[in-house]
Design a protein around this ligand. Structure first.
Ligand code: ZN
Length: 181
């Protein structure tokens, strides 16, 4: 084997080692994203183990009590906590497998649909939740009939550009048929 061949073999081995390392670290990152998200959901569940009386404001569509009500502060704090959790989970979206990403997205849509307190808290300061804002305004929705609040927001999820483009493509079968294949 010539010196040149040895050089090529060494270069190939180095490349294989580097690729293996990259794959391993990518897997480790994905694992840690899944673990973080699962832990955060358990944290959110704990709110209702500690204070079951708050659950109806998050899963049964009950409006937040008015300011001055003794539950107001608790519901607002829980809504902010929930939004921080959703924001953190969706921040990991790039690490989720395709089907899991969709499942997380639809779960966030569910919560926005079920909880006026989460919606109102988000709408008071959307800039505090940039990744949730991106999800609401730019991500598609698999169940628009169940997620009406998200489905009518501005942006491609609801009546925005992508949604309109889809409608246009459907109404122009030749282009749509080509692009939608
Ligand atoms: Zn949805």
């Amino acid at each position: 084997m010539s010196n040149q061949d040895v050089g090529v073999v060494i270069a190939l081995i180095s490349l294989a080692v580097a690729l293996t390392g990259a794959v391993m670290s990518r897997r480790a990152l994905r694992r840690s994203s899944y673990r973080t998200s699962a832990d955060l959901v358990l944290e959110a569940d704990r709110i209702f183990l500690d204070r079951p009386e708050l659950r109806c404001f998050f899963y049964e569509g009950l409006e937040c009590p008015p300011k001055g009500d003794k539950q107001y502060g608790q519901v607002k704090a829980a809504a902010e906590f929930y939004l921080d959790i959703l924001e953190t989970i969706w921040d990991h979206r790039g690490e989720f497998a395709r089907t899991d990403r969709m499942a997380w997205r639809e779960w966030i849509h569910d919560l926005l649909e079920w909880s006026p307190s989460i919606r109102d808290t988000y709408l008071e300061s959307p800039r505090l939740y940039p990744t949730i804002r991106f999800l609401i305004e730019w991500e598609p929705c698999a169940f628009p009939e169940e997620h009406e609040w998200v489905a009518v927001r501005p942006g491609p999820t609801g009546s925005g550009p992508a949604f309109t483009l889809k409608r246009f493509l459907r109404s122009a079968p030749m282009i749509g048929g080509y692009i939608n294949r």
